[in-house]
Every structure is written in C-alpha cells, then in structure tokens.
Design a protein around this ligand. Structure first.
Ligand code: AMP
Ligand code: ZN
Length: 452
C-alpha cells in the first residue's frame, strides 16, 4: 500500500513510546529503528512528516520500579528517559517531533474518561476505578481478529482487567482509571472518581487526540501491542472522539535471541551498553536490526553482528572508491537512482530493508564501472539511500588512501592467485607484501591490508 497523507501535506503518525523504567533492549530498538526508517524513507522521498511518540512514565511497572530504586517517580523516569534518548542518538534515530509524557497529560485523560462515562461506554466501580465496557463497542476485536482466535470472550462486567498488561488469553473490560491503592505511594491524582491514576491504554488515546486529532495516517508499535493495547486504544478513541482513528497500522515483528523470546529471566536480553562492552557499535546493531523484514521475527546472534561489520566495511570501501573516481560532488535531486534504483524501489516496497541492503551491494557492482560525473551521481544516490536507512558507514578513507599503488597491485595479484587456488603464488605474493610492510587478512569475499 502506498502511504499518502490524508491532509495531502504531512504524513502524521503515532508510535507507542518506551516505558521508562529501565534500559530499552535491542528488541525495543528493532521497533524504534524501523519506525525511524519509515519516517526517513518518507522524508527522503520528499514527504514531510509529523512523528509523535509518547513516554510511558506512569504505569504499574514505572511505579513499582521507582519504589524499588527508592526514587520519586519523576526522578526515576527522567533518568531512564535520558538514557533512552542517548541510546536513540547512538542508533541515529531522529527524535520525534513531539514527545508527550503521560504524566503531563493527566487532565486530557480525565476529560476523555468523563466523555466515555457520559456516553455510557465506561462505568465506575465501587472502589472508584473506571472501566471500559467492551460490550458497548461493536467493533471491539477487529484489529486483532479476536473472532477468528480461540480466546475467551468475557463480555460481562464481572470480568475486568485492572493491570496495565493483562492476561492476553482472556478478553475483558479494561481499566481507564485506577483508584488509589497503598502500593501506589504518592503517585495519584484527583479525579471525579476520587484519587487514582490513569490506565496505560488510555494514556496513548488522550495524547493522540491532543496532537493528531481523531483521525491520522498511521499508528505503530511492536506486534505485542496489537492486543490488547491497540485494540483498547481504538475502542476508547473511537467512542470518545468519533473519528476514524488510525488509517493504517505498522506493527513490527519481534527480535528474538537464539531463536527464542528475549526476556530478563532467560538472561538473553541485550542493551546497547552490553554490546558496546563486547566492542560492537550502535551502528552495527542498527544494521543487524535492518537485516530482516519487519513482518517477520528476526533472530539476533553475534554472527549477525560480525556479518554487519563485514558488510558495512565492504560498503564503505566501495563508496570510498566511488568517491575517488567522482569528478565532482553531485547533489541528487532527480528521481534517477542509477545503479541504486532497485535498492530505492525495494525500500519503498513495504519497507523491505533487507532487500534494500542487498540492493546496495548489487548497485555497487554496477557503480564500480562508472567514472567522473556518472560516479558522482551514483555516489549521491547511494548516500541518499543510506540516509533513508539511517546508516553511517565507517571511515575507511585512511586505509585506502595510505596504501601505495604498487602494494595494491601486489595485493590484487595475490587475491587473483588465491581465487584461482594457486596457493604457491599466493604465498610468494603474501611474503612480498610482508616485506613491503603489509599483512593480508582474508575475508570471505575480499581481503584487507593492514600495515605491520
Ligand atoms: P515498552 O518499553 O515495553 O513499552 O516497549 C517499547 C516498544 O518495544 C513497543 O512498541 C513494544 O512493542 C516493542 N518491543 C518489545 N519487545 C520487542 C521485541 N523483542 N522486538 C521488537 N519490538 C519489541
Ligand atoms: Zn500506545
């Protein structure tokens, strides 16, 4: 489906943001990086965007963990928000245009709940909590195709879910306002139903209404949010505001580790910091996260990081060679991507990031034949696609420039000998390179020259 802004000008989209109670893991970042690529792909294609992503800074988890840490909710969530921003910057993710926090929008949330109560879509319980009555919304379950799934449908007021993240195998009335409980500590607000705090699902609906109105272009999150979170958002927003809510949905499949779910209890949950201590850069992580299609789960392994490093170094060297052959710096304003046309088209075909990365390599093979202005144009096209992907290549200019021509020739001759399985000649040439002060390191598809 081609994405077009409903107002004909700006593509307006909402992403459910992080719950700021600890470091985001690389699974969370699969979702945030893909959302960033969606925005970049639209913008590099010339379409302005309005990107709204919230901060979940009050819910069951943030309250519980702030108490464990002995900090106020505000101090605690501010700390993790900062860390999240730092990680996003390392991953080259654009900051959203608007980043509303749930705590700063309590009045808007109370207004929305009141409207739902007035319209009889919600009811207060004896303890001062307010629940959404799912029987009052005929389309409940459409997004997640509840009717086609074997779920227990409890459309009675007897079945209610009070937790922000409830048992996914049962469907029930869900909480909009939670009455104050001792374990909430000082985290409560006044409302027409007494002291309490909003439910997580409602927070997003109220912030969406504030910044995007009742109809907008796209809504996004990880696939785990389809039910119940997004289902509940639709119910609340459509009943309260009456609009169409999101025109399209962008759900990102999960990042797995060693074929299984990432979880704290399995100790297989990686953060950028964990990976940095093993020498991996955030850009290499980004490359890995783009190496699978968003519709399919992606298996994270350390081999995939090695492959990302190799691929980016290779691309960087080819880009440097293209720059060396370019007659001038070309700006690409046309729609002609030359040898990289297929990479660009693939990226815009259902945001096929692995296809686009593959297209860069095939494009490079064709671009290698170009000289002068043609090389410059190809380089500009390559850079534009890299910008859309948010990939910054490592700087390899040093190693390429510094290698003397005769050493390069020797190395090429050796590589040719090796490819022809002429091991004797290859060894002789390796010795000659060593005498000239260079060590050869062979990779799967190419080689590197390292000064001794
Ligand atoms: P949270 O901070 O838990 O609210 O999650 C932030 C975002 O990360 C949400 O859009 C989740 O759906 C998404 N997410 C959580 N786990 C994963 C995962 N393993 N792979 C991809 N996205 C995930
Ligand atoms: Zn949300």
């Amino acid at each position: 489906m081609e994405l077009q802004p409903m107002d004909g000008k700006t593509f307006r989209f909402y992403c459910c943001g992080p719950t700021v109670y600890g470091p985001a893991h690389i699974g969370n970042f699969r979702t945030f990086v893909l959302q960033d690529v969606l925005r970049r792909a639209l913008e590099t294609g010339g379409m302005p965007t309005l990107h709204v992503r919230n901060l979940t800074d009050v819910d069951d988890k943030t309250i519980r963990e702030s108490q464990r840490a002995g900090k106020s909710l505000k101090d605690f969530t501010t700390l993790w928000t900062l860390k999240f921003h730092q990680d996003c910057a390392k991953l080259n993710c654009h900051a959203p245009h608007i980043e509303p926090s749930a705590v700063e929008h309590i009045p808007q949330q109370i207004t929305m709940i009141q409207e739902l109560v007035d319209k009889k879509n919600a009811y207060a319980s004896d303890d001062g909590s307010v629940y959404f009555d799912i029987a009052s919304f005929a389309n409940y379950g459409k997004l997640s195709r509840l009717d086609e799934r074997d779920l227990e449908l409890g459309r009675t007021q007897a079945q209610r879910a009070n937790a922000d993240e409830y048992e996914k195998q049962s469907v029930s009335d869900f909480v909009l306002w939670k009455s104050r409980r001792p374990e909430d500590g000082e985290n409560f607000w006044q409302s027409p139903w007494g002291e309490g705090r909003p439910g997580w699902h409602l927070e997003c609906s109220a912030m969406i209404r504030e910044y995007l109105g009742d109809s907008f272009d796209l809504h996004s999150g990880g696939v785990d949010l389809v039910f119940p979170h997004h289902e509940n958002e639709i119910a609340q927003s459509k009943c309260a505001c009456g609009g169409d809510f999101a025109h399209s949905w962008f759900h990102i499949a999960h990042l797995m580790v060693d074929g299984g779910k990432m979880s704290k209890s399995l100790c297989n949950l990686y953060t950028l910091e964990d990976l940095a201590t093993h020498g991996w850069t955030a850009m290499e992580v980004r490359y890995v996260l783009l190496s699978g299609h968003y519709r399919k789960p992606l298996n994270f392994t350390f081999d995939s990081l090695h492959a990302a490093r190799e691929a980016m170094t290779k691309l960087a060297k080819s880009a440097q060679q293209l720059a060396d052959k370019s007659s001038s710096l070309a700006e690409l304003n046309s729609v002609d991507f030359g040898p990289f046309q297929s990479a660009w088209n693939t990226l815009h075909d259902d945001l096929n990031t692995p296809g686009a990365l593959g297209g860069l390599f095939t494009g490079m093979r064709d671009a290698a034949k170009l000289e002068g202005e043609d090389a410059a144009k190809a380089l500009a096209a390559l850079n534009r696609i890299l910008r859309a992907l948010g990939i910054t290549l490592p700087d390899v200019s040093q190693s390429i420039v510094d290698i003397p021509a005769e050493v390069k020739t020797l190395a090429e001759e050796r590589w040719a000998a090796r490819t022809a399985k002429n091991w004797a000649l290859s060894d002789v040439l390796r010795d000659q390179l060593a005498t000239a002060g260079w060590i050869v390191k062979d990779n799967k598809d190419d080689y590197e020259l390292i000064p001794k």
